[in-house]
Every structure is written in C-alpha cells, then in structure tokens.
Design a protein around this ligand. Structure first.
Ligand code: PMP
Length: 445
C-alpha cells in the first residue's frame, strides 16, 4: 500500500503539496498527542498538523459532539437560522474583551485574513495594509502580498497580491547574523533584538512608516508571535507602540491569532493579551477546529457593519457542523485545563531545551511562549549563520526515526518549530528532549 500511495501522489496530487521527510510518513491514526503510521509505529506529534490539532487528535469529546451533529444536520448555510451558530458565536465572543463581540465565520486562515483586510479597507476607506517582515498570513494571492518569506511567492514580487506595503527593514528578526545580510543596518553584526535597543527599534518603525508608507493607512497586521518564521518574538512594547502609530494614521490593527490563539501561549487565551493591546480585528483558524476546516474574524459591531451595506456571502462558513466542532473545542480547552497546561508544560520544555542550548554549540536560540517554541540552529554561537540545510535535515530525520515529529520554519528553514497538541505532558517532553539530545549528539560526534 505504501508504494501505491506514493504512485498516486506522484500522478494525481499537485506537486506543490510537498511532504516532510525523505521517506514521507503514511499516517493512519491519531490519538491525542500521538500519531500512528501504516506499520503501527507511534510518533509523538510536536507539530500538530502545523499548529492545528489544539486539544488532541480525535479528542473523545470533540469526536462525540461531531458524530452527534453529523447524524442531525451538516449544512444549511447562513440564509437560515440554526442553533449551532448562535451558541458558538455567543461562546466564542465571550472570550474577547469589549468591543470585540461580533464574529464572521470562514473556512481557512487565508480567507479570514483576506476578509480582515477587506473590512479594514471598507471601514477606513483607505487602501494600504502594513505587515511586518517575517510574518506569514496565508497563501491566497492577497495574503501572499503580506509575507516577506520569499519562497512562498514563487519568485513573484508580492505574490501577485500587489496590494500591501511591507515594512522592509524594521523587523529583521530573529537571532542569526544571517538575517541581517540584506539589511542596511549591516553594521550591527549580531542581529538579535538586543541589536537594536527598543527605542531605536520604534524609531525605525516610525521612520519607515513615514517614508515608505502613504499618509493614510487601512490596516496593520501582525502575529503576536511569528509562527512560520520560527516563534519570533518582538521587543517589549513594540506592538503597543506600533498600534498607536498605525491608529494615528487612521488604520485598524489586525491581530493574526491563527497560531497564537486558544491558549497556546499559556499565560493568556489570546496572543494579543500578552502585549497589552486590544486589536480592532482578530483572525482565527487552525486550532479553532482541532483540524476541522474552519476559521473566524472577530471584530467590533461598527467595523463589521461596514461590510453589511451589501451582502458578503460565504457558503460553508460557520455551518452547523463547524460550529459544533468549534464549541466542543472550546469546552475541551476549558475542561482539560489546556491553557494552563500550555503554560506549565511549555515553560518546562523551554527550560529543558535551554539546557541543550547551553550544551550544544549548534543551538543558537531557544525561544517562545507556552507551547509555541522555536529552536534556531546555527553553525556556531559566534557567527550565528544558519546550520546548513542538510545538517538540520539529518537531525530532524533522526528525531522522526526515534519517534518524534518536529516542524521547521524561518527564512532558511533553520528553526525547529515545536507546537504540539496542548494536551502534551511533562513526561512526553522528557522523551522528546532525550530524543533531540541523542540526535544532536550523533551530529556533533
Ligand atoms: N496566518 C498564520 C499566522 C498562519 O500561520 C497561517 C498558516 N500557516 C495562515 C494565516 C493561513 O492559514 P490557512 O493555511 O488556514 O489559510
């Protein structure tokens, strides 16, 4: 069966959908933080289907609620009322501070961000959307215009989106000197966030806003922690001041919580809360449905009304099944104490990984918050160049062979991304860290 699947893949599945690993895994089953391949081999899932399986694979309560609804009503679309959407809208928005009390349900993160941009433009009647270097907001033509991670754009400037302004040299992140390679501030050799004192950083942001951005702005979009870029964090107060500057230019602030939402960062339910800001629009996806394709835009009644002058329609968005899944996910997070678990187990994991960082020269940085962790691999701690791709891949393949699945991210794919289902335990962390340590040890020997 493995060979047959490979053949079908080659012949009938779009080649841009790449698989991880030299010998891609053929997965048959999942249970909470565990995945099982076609031969019954078990893997600890530290990537959760790209930060999506929030409460655990086939979580029994979510599965049960879904099955019940499957037998009752799948789909009617929004032209009718059905209880599930009302109950879910009430539940979801109760988790947001005022005035973020209105939700529009969609099907993917890209779609949510497209809609957020559309709302910001309609509401402000301005055009420009500002994004940060290193951010990722989706694969649709519009959202590709927001990303600076060039390989996602297939060599096309702005990925055909061509509708946004990216602040070019403000946010160079994260740790390696290589990130500064194409920056005018080359003189700062060791580019970490410490390389620019906070004031300088904000000053630069201001300068760039004033010089390369028109007088008026429709919106500013940022992830509270950059996910695809490898759990990159901003300097303290950066977002707060950025929000203020954008609002002075008439723009709305959009928080992309596609990865950071639903308790993943541990201390707070939403990533924006860790920055002490209240956005005007929040976008949600991935963990919202534990793998069920659903997403959302949460905003104020006033902003949402800008879109209501005419019909804006979405066939599947918020259908009965999606809403029941979403509500069951929220229940599971609460009943299983998963936000607290993210904080406890995430903090434990960061400490354990920091010990490996101190032991191995090729771990440049261990960073993140809760269960959103990045481990940046470098040639050495002085030069901070990304560890060559083949070497990183070998460590990563070894981890897989020993039963631990890890994600990759960053401009050079140099950062391991660890974002497991939030039900992971400390003893799972012990196992994962031991495996990672063995793989590193083999590499340096
Ligand atoms: N925003 C962020 C922060 C993401 O990480 C992603 C997906 N990696 C998206 C938006 C796009 O989501 P989707 O793939 O569901 O369109």
């Amino acid at each position: 069966p493995y060979e047959r699947m490979q053949k079908i893949r080659e012949q009938n599945i779009a080649p841009s959908l790449r698989t991880y690993y030299k010998k891609p895994l053929l997965l048959h089953q999942g249970h909470m933080q565990w995945l099982f391949d076609h031969e019954g081999q078990r893997y600890l899932d530290l990537f959760a289907g790209i930060v999506t399986v929030s409460v655990g694979h086939c979580h029994p309560k979510v599965t049960m609620a879904t099955q019940k609804q499957l037998a009752r009503l799948w789909h009617t679309t929004n032209i009718y009322m059905y209880p599930a959407i009302h109950e879910y809208a009430e539940k979801l928005t109760s988790l947001f501070p005022d005035p973020l009390k209105v939700v529009y349900l969609t099907n993917s993160g890209s779609e949510a961000n497209d809609l957020a941009m559309f709302m910001a433009r309609l509401h402000t009647r301005n055009f420009d959307i500002i994004s940060l270097r290193g951010g990722y907001h989706g694969g649709s033509p519009y959202t590709l215009g927001l990303t600076s991670l060039t390989h996602y754009k297939h060599g096309v400037a702005n990925g055909f989106g061509c509708t946004t302004t990216m602040l070019p040299d403000v946010f160079r992140g994260p740790w390696g000197g290589s990130h500064c390679r194409d920056s005018p501030v080359q003189t700062v050799r060791k580019c970490s966030f410490a390389c620019l004192a906070k004031d300088q950083y904000i000053e630069q942001f201001k300068d760039t806003l004033n010089t390369s951005v028109p007088k008026t702005v429709a919106g500013f979009i940022a992830e509270p922690i950059q996910g695809v870029n490898g759990a990159v964090q901003y300097p303290r107060n950066f977002l707060k001041e950025a929000y203020q500057l954008i609002r002075e230019k008439g723009g709305l602030c959009i928080s992309d919580e596609v990865q950071t939402g639903f308790g993943r960062t541990g201390s707070h339910f939403w990533g924006f809360q860790t920055h002490g800001v209240v956005p005007d629009i929040v976008t949600l996806a991935k963990g919202i449905g534990n793998g069920f394709p659903m997403a959302a835009v949460v905003t104020t009644k006033e902003i949402a009304s800008s879109l209501a002058e005419n019909l804006h329609f979405n066939t599947f968005g918020g259908n009965p099944l999606a809403c029941v899944v979403g509500a069951a996910v929220l229940d599971a997070i609460e009943e299983d104490g998963l936000q607290k678990n993210s904080e406890d187990v995430g903090t434990y994991m960061l400490l354990e990984l920091a010990k490996l960082r101190d032991k191995f020269e090729i771990i440049g940085d261990v960073r993140g918050k809760g269960l959103m962790i990045g481990v940046e691999m470098v040639t050495d701690k002085d030069n901070r160049h990304p560890l060559p791709a083949e070497e990183i891949s070998q460590i990563w393949e070894d981890c897989k062979d020993m039963g631990v699945l890890i994600g990759r991210g960053g401009l050079y794919s140099q950062t391991f991304r660890i974002k497991p289902p939030m039900c992971i335990t400390k003893s799972d962390v012990d196992f994962a860290v031991e495996v990672f340590c063995t793989a590193l040890q083999r590499h340096v020997e």
